[in-house]
Design a binder for this molecule. Structure first.
Ligand SMILES: [Zn+2]
Length: 303
């Protein structure tokens, strides 16, 4: 869509110049993933300074939003074509993910801000692909996408998107923080897998099917998604499954595009994680990430 409706409202005490920066990130995402209307970004601080945010929330309260100023991204309200994805952010959390502002540089903190926007906007793309249905078990009717896929694709998308696009943003002109690369570094990932296998031993993606069944021993969703893409393609995992799940729900779209059942993949992933030990682990992990840019692997509809 040429000019998607994507309102942005922030509290009075939030630097007004941030909106232009936010709009640049969204312009990049709209051309990368496609422009989807109804993505609403609200940033609140104290109740006294947040009257514009309360005002912006009013129409959505009538549609079922609680209206409370609490960190909640990305709740959806309404039915298509009047469906909205509301990203309601607490200022400190939005800009610093709970860290002390003095402990981080602007560029470093913007890595989290930009990947956060990309993550949530990717959920909005998934939501739009689901059409009249909802994404997961929390609301009916639903395509019943499991949490590990919903979150794993949004995480991995945000890392790969920023890696490809960071150089285009003004805040990174002084250098791209190492954390942009580290997010998908095979070395960091293999340490995590190693630690995880030592602690948990028996990885089972079933535990990551719902937000309320996830445990500290549910496998890392974005690594599961990367592994899944290596068994099929990034196009299948990021685009073809959501393109088809409106018609055939997640399980059907998965089987059609991956060539195995969801349970079959759990079995494969389980064995693969357990095989990631020793010196070969790093290169095995490196193999599941795209060797070049994400845009070379994936063509999004509407772009
Ligand atoms: Zn998410």
């Amino acid at each position: 869509m040429e000019n998607p409706y994507q309102p942005y409202v922030a509290s009075d005490d939030i630097d007004p110049s941030y909106e232009a920066e936010y709009r640049q990130v969204m312009a990049n995402l709209n051309s990368f993933v496609g422009g989807y209307s109804g993505f609403v970004t609200l940033i609140f601080s104290t109740p006294e300074n947040s009257s514009s945010v309360f005002e912006a929330l009013k129409p959505f309260v009538e549609m079922g939003h609680s209206g409370a100023l609490e960190q909640n991204c990305l709740g959806s309200v309404g039915d298509p074509p009047n469906k909205f994805g509301i990203c309601l952010n607490e200022e400190q959390w939005y800009f610093y993910t709970g860290r002390e502002p003095s402990e981080t540089s602007l560029a470093d903190s913007r890595v989290d801000v930009y990947t956060g926007i990309a993550h949530e906007y990717f959920h909005w793309f998934q939501n739009n692909m689901a059409g009249q249905k909802h994404l997961d078990y929390q609301q009916e009717p639903s395509v019943m996408a499991p949490t590990w896929w919903v979150e794993g694709t949004a995480d991995l998308f945000s890392f790969l998107w920023l890696k490809e696009n960071a150089a285009k943003f003004a805040v990174f002109q002084g250098g791209i923080p190492p954390r942009v690369e580290d997010r998908i570094s095979p070395l960091f990932t293999s340490w995590n897998v190693d630690m995880y296998l030592k602690t948990c031993g028996d990885p089972d993606l079933n535990t990551g099917e719902r937000y309320d069944t996830e445990t500290s021993c549910s496998p890392s969703p974005w690594l599961a998604v990367a592994h899944l893409a290596s068994l099929s393609s990034y196009q299948s995992v990021f685009v073809d499954i959501p393109r088809d799940f409106r018609e055939m729900d997640f399980a059907g779209a998965f089987e059609k595009n991956i060539g195995m059942t969801v349970e079959g993949f759990y079995f494969e992933h389980h064995s693969w994680l357990k095989s990631l030990t020793g010196p070969a682990a790093e290169s095995d992990i490196s193999d599941v990430f795209p060797s070049g840019s994400l845009s070379a692997e994936v063509k999004f509809p509407g772009t």
